[in-house]
Design a protein around this ligand. Structure first.
Ligand code: MG
Length: 161
């Protein structure tokens, strides 16, 4: 019988003016970007944590420490690829993923389909198995003040046999 596992992930990065913003593997036109050791793709970080969490493999900080020069400025798509190798090596595949990005501005609607396609390709699933949703927080809290970007991710994994 197939084993089914659920995982959730959460990540926050602070925003600063003039930095590039990349979310879900897609470059976003924005006046501010994430402060980070890596490329700051907070959506991919939350997704990796959800994938690792589903198999109780720890978290992204354990596998890709932000104290290591190896991961300085790294494209987070590479982190997702490496996370997916761990998932496959453990004998699992992705059923679906659902990601919610909380960001006050800019509006992410024009970028959502490219994020879904990018993430689906790396995870080896159809695009309709990957949901990316965006919300503001109605100007409330640190997201609402554009001080940070916050992402929640959920995934379902199935054992291969
Ligand atoms: Mg992070």
């Amino acid at each position: 019988m197939k084993d089914i596992r659920i995982g959730n992930g959460y990540d926050v990065h602070a925003l600063a003016p003039g930095l590039p913003l990349r979310l879900g593997g897609v470059d976003i036109e924005s006046a501010a970007g994430c402060i980070a050791h890596s490329d700051g793709d907070v959506a991919i970080h939350a997704l990796c944590d959800a994938l690792l969490g589903a198999l109780a493999l720890g978290d992204i900080g354990k596998h890709f420490p932000d104290t290591s020069d190896k991961f300085k400025g790294i494209d987070s798509r590479i982190l997702l690829e490496r996370t997916m190798s761990m998932i496959r090596d453990a004998g699992y595949r992705v059923g679906n993923a659902d990601i919610t990005i909380a960001l006050q501005r800019p509006k992410l609607a024009p970028y959502i389909s490219r994020m879904r396609e990018t993430l689906a390709e790396i995870m080896g699933v159809m695009t309709d198995s990957v949901s990316v949703k965006a919300t503001t927080t109605e100007k409330l809290g640190f997201v609402g003040r554009s001080e940070g970007c916050e992402v929640y991710a959920s995934v379902l994994l199935f054992s291969i046999d």
